[in-house]
Design a protein around this ligand. Structure first.
Ligand code: UGA
Length: 450
């Protein structure tokens, strides 16, 4: 059992802290946002993530929440930096929170061997930069006592619990003393000999994660290269979808046929409104920026970004094709979160849809199964109405855009919904409707005709 402190209680920090407690470690979660800490101390999660609340409650005695660096750092064997790195206007990540965390950690190191782990997705070279910040702020006689490691996170929002307990791989970059401690920390995960929580049992086909040990810089690079590849894969499917529409092919059948090639696989080829969220857009842009700093162009990644933004335009063009004038029209937007099973609204396609539709004079009625309360704050500057249910949003609408593939939208009686609309125009930007409707309606999907 090790003492661990996790700085930052966003999706990555909370997932990491609660997972490490499940492995048996004593974990302190630190956040400068006192409101989040108050909530956590009351046993409430400040985010929506399926199953994480149960795991929080089950591990309560191994978890402490605080805003105080002086109590959280000195006793820690391992200190994780999991703070946010939001994008700056020019696309580069803002490292202000990382810098602040590094300075506070430096000020409270205890002079014994401590490992500082970068888990936030940070630009290549940040590990060395954090090392320098700490070096500058600490007594030179302690310089060989702390180590900076890169241990990128690969969990997805919505499936964070199982992704963190049953990962494909654990990537560790740093020098050998630090990596030994990281292997100790993750031993229960590496050997899968921890007690799995009842609500998230070990999948039958799962064995153990691959452990990749490498340098700090290579570990940082692995994270970006992985996210950019996944972003590329989705943009590739979206580009092919556009051609499918033109030649009269069906993208679902095309990617299904393509994906049986084991070298390609079926995952992350779902065409639609494109990727959103806090990672793919930000990380792909950041990688391109890093390339530019070294005088190196990355045209494939730029194309992936361009295709992704074109996808959002395509959705609106499809709507316009049928409604012609948007002014005065009533448009329902189903799904606000950037993907299902999360309340995360960052870079969600729905945001752009709502913003552009209202700019064009349409009335927007939006619904999301979990993200509406968060949207009330974060999207307060957008002028849309909230609907208590998908049915209520769609009733008397001139058109509906399905922007997030929540399973409850798949399960809706689309025949009945079409009948309740003023004009039954359905822009299914996530290809959730699988059968043609029996009533008269216009359905537009991405990469196929229904
Ligand atoms: C992503 C990565 O999948 C994680 O491995 C990584 O740890 C994380 O970023 C991160 O860097 O923190 P996440 O953003 O939570 O995770 O969500 P994903 O499930 O990857 O979805 C990203 C976006 O791609 C969503 O908007 C989703 O709707 C879209 N998507 C995904 C598609 O449009 N098509 C697909 O086939 C798959």
């Amino acid at each position: 059992m090790l003492n661990v402190t996790v700085v930052g209680t966003g999706y990555v920090g909370l997932g990491t802290a609660i997972m490490l407690a499940q492995l048996g470690h004593q974990v302190t979660g630190l956040d400068v946002d006192a409101r989040k800490i108050d909530q956590l101390n009351l046993g409430h999660l400040p985010i929506y993530e399926p199953g994480l609340d149960v795991m929080l409650a089950e591990n309560a005695e191994r978890l402490t929440w605080t805003s105080d660096y002086t109590s959280a750092i000195p006793h820690a064997d391992v200190i994780f930096i999991c703070v946010g790195t939001p994008s700056l206007p020019d696309g580069r990540p803002n490292l202000g929170y990382v810098e602040s965390a590094a300075r506070h950690i430096a000020a409270n190191l205890n002079g014994k061997v401590q490992v500082i782990v970068n888990k936030s997705t940070v630009p290549i070279g940040t590990g060395d930069w954090v090392t320098r910040i700490i070096e500058d702020a600490t007594d030179p006689q302690h310089h060989n006592r702390y180590f900076v490691v890169s241990n990128p996170e690969f969990l997805r929002e919505g499936t964070a619990v199982s992704d963190s307990l049953y990962p494909d791989r654990i990537v560790l970059g740093g020098d050998s003393v630090a990596l030994q401690r990281m292997r100790d920390l993750y031993a229960p995960l590496i050997h899968q000999n921890f007690t799995a929580p009842g609500h998230s049992p070990r999948p039958a086909e799962y064995t153990v994660p691959a452990v990749v040990e490498t340098t700090l810089t290579s570990a940082e690079m692995i994270k970006y290269a992985a996210n950019a590849f996944l972003a590329l894969k989705i943009s590739y499917a979206n580009e092919i979808a556009g051609l499918c529409e033109r030649v009269g092919a069906n993208i679902d059948e095309v990617v299904s046929g393509v994906g049986f090639d084991g070298r390609i696989g079926h995952r992350f080829l779902a065409a639609g409104a494109g990727w959103g969220g806090s990672c793919f857009g930000k990380d792909t842009s950041a990688l391109i920026t890093t390339g530019q700093e070294y005088g190196y162009d990355m045209p494939i990644l730029q194309a992936a970004i361009d295709i992704n933004s074109r996808q959002r335009d395509i959705v609106l063009e499809k709507l316009r094709k049928h409604l012609r004038l948007l002014k005065g029209k009533r448009v329902a937007v189903l799904g606000m979160a950037f993907k299902p099973n999360t309340d995360d609204l960052r870079d969600a396609p729905a945001h752009d849809f709502i913003q552009r539709l209202t700019q064009l004079g349409a009335t927007v009625i939006a619904h999301d199964p979990v993200a509406m309360p968060r949207a009330r704050h974060e999207w307060a500057y957008l002028s849309y109405q909230e609907a208590p249910s998908a049915h209520a949003a769609v009733r008397q609408a001139d058109a509906v855009i399905i922007s997030t593939e929540w399973s409850e939208y798949r399960a809706l009686d689309w025949d009945a919904l079409a009948l309740s609309m003023r004009t039954p125009i359905i822009i299914d930007a996530r290809n959730v409707i699988s059968d043609p409707l029996t009533v008269h309606a216009t359905i537009e999907q991405i990469g196929k005709e229904l």
